[in-house]
Design a protein around this ligand. Structure first.
Ligand SMILES: *Cc1c(COP(=O)(O)O)cnc(C)c1O
Length: 399
């Protein structure tokens, strides 16, 4: 089956995805699926989404030719899709807006969300303020420490931020708590999941909202250069910014799709978040995908310098593209991501988030091997203001 038509009725991308949840959630997921099917078939829903994408988010974001970076590296021409310029500073707002509108359509008054880097929490808080929804955001205590500025932003935007102290006190535990809240309050509550993970219909729905990034890129490429890019490179945490830019190109075999996972301190150190590189198939948070787990199936502790990549699973659609060879996946370490980060700052005057800094590093390795007629498109998924303290600390420690 061609990638454009997936997932199937039951939410599978090949063997990945599905709906592995307790009975109490089945009804809520069915209701959500039906509401989404109705909305997705309604041109008025997309017209409103597109209007707010333009007026509230500031879309379309530019397709920016990174001429100095390209010249310094030699080889391919590098283009950046500037999601860092989207309202609240990352691609996360595209999905938050789509699901916020859907929650309104479903008559829900209360929204729960999880957040890792804080970007999804900020996007959700902003959208809920705008749409008049009550927002409750679960966040691991470790992430609250690393991303204190975003905690403050969420509170300013009217969200209640609830600290999660279980386990590694990061994204995985925050998702578990958000699901627990949803189960308890499902009548009036929508769970606004922030990446293309979780049970069906989330991976598909999040992808559809993020696909605006790929659709714009496609139009912008054709308008400016009359052709499609040779490579598209995006970082992969749960995988939503990557699937969003990949998806409209899935049926164009000449476009190579490369996802970049976090190799953390190194793939052999056990301190990384590279689920596709080092995971095994299992079930987490309601979906079947590649997971970082031990022999007993216990989920491993993960690490990345980029809080947004620090998750032991990955979206099922990426697992499927890896399996079928439609996309390939590489891993970049903390140290290398810092190089990518500094490279973009120095050449283009753009401070990237640490997440897409992984993609920048990989593109910088690839570009010199290509010709000046070739194009690499990078999804610059967010801006780096939130990461300045982390970078300062890492550089001070001589990483
Ligand atoms: C959250 C985040 C990511 C990782 O999430 P995906 O779902 O993999 O896109 C990447 N970049 C930025 C800027 C983020 O905030």
């Amino acid at each position: 089956m061609a990638g454009m038509e997936l997932p199937d009725q039951r939410g599978y991308f090949g063997e990945f995805g599905g709906r592995y949840v307790p009975e109490v959630l089945m009804g809520a997921l069915e209701e959500l699926s039906r509401a989404y099917e109705t909305a997705a078939a309604d041109p008025a829903f997309w017209a409103e989404f597109e209007r707010l994408c333009r007026d509230y988010i500031g879309r379309p974001t530019p397709l920016y030719p990174a001429q100095k970076l390209s010249a310094q590296l030699g080889g391919a021409r590098i283009l950046l899709k500037r999601e860092d310029l989207a309202h609240t500073g990352a691609h996360k707002i595209n999905n938050a807006l789509g699901q916020g509108l859907l929650a309104l359509h479903m008559g829900k008054k209360r929204v729960v969300a999880e957040t890792g880097a804080g970007q999804h929490g900020v996007a959700t808080a902003a959208v809920c303020a705008k749409l008049g929804l009550k927002a409750i955001v679960y966040m691991g205590e470790e992430d609250m420490r690393r991303q204190s500025l975003n905690v403050f932003r969420m509170r300013l935007l009217g969200a209640e931020v609830r600290p999660v102290s279980a386990g590694s006190r990061t994204l995985k535990e925050a998702i578990t708590e958000a699901i627990r809240d949803w189960v308890t309050n499902v009548e009036d509550t929508h769970y606004l999941l922030g990446s293309c993970v979780g049970p069906h219909p989330y991976p598909r729905m999040v992808r559809d909202f993020q696909a605006i990034v790929g659709k714009e890129s496609r139009d912008q490429m054709l308008a400016a250069y009359g052709r499609l890019p040779d490579y598209i490179i995006a970082c992969v945490g749960g995988g939503s910014n990557a699937i969003g830019i990949f998806h409209p190109f899935v049926d164009d075999p000449q476009v190579q799709l490369i996802g970049v996972e976090a190799a953390g301190k190194g793939l052999d150190t056990g301190q990384h978040s590279a689920s596709l590189a080092r995971g095994r198939v299992g079930v987490l948070h309601g979906t079947k995908s590649y997971l970082l787990q031990d022999e007993q199936g216990q989920i491993s502790l993960t690490h990345s310098i980029a809080a947004g990549l620090d998750y032991p699973g990955v979206g099922p659609e990426h697992c499927y593209y890896r399996e079928t060879g439609r996309a390939s996946y590489v891993a970049v370490t903390d140290r290398e991501a810092l190089d990518g980060f500094q490279l973009l700052c120095a050449t283009e005057g753009i401070i990237p988030a640490l997440e897409p800094a992984h993609a920048i590093y990989h593109a910088a390795q690839l570009a010199p091997q290509l010709s000046p007629e070739q194009f690499i498109l990078i999804n610059l998924s967010g801006r780096g203001d939130k990461d300045i303290n982390t970078v300062a600390e890492a550089l001070r420690e001589g990483l």
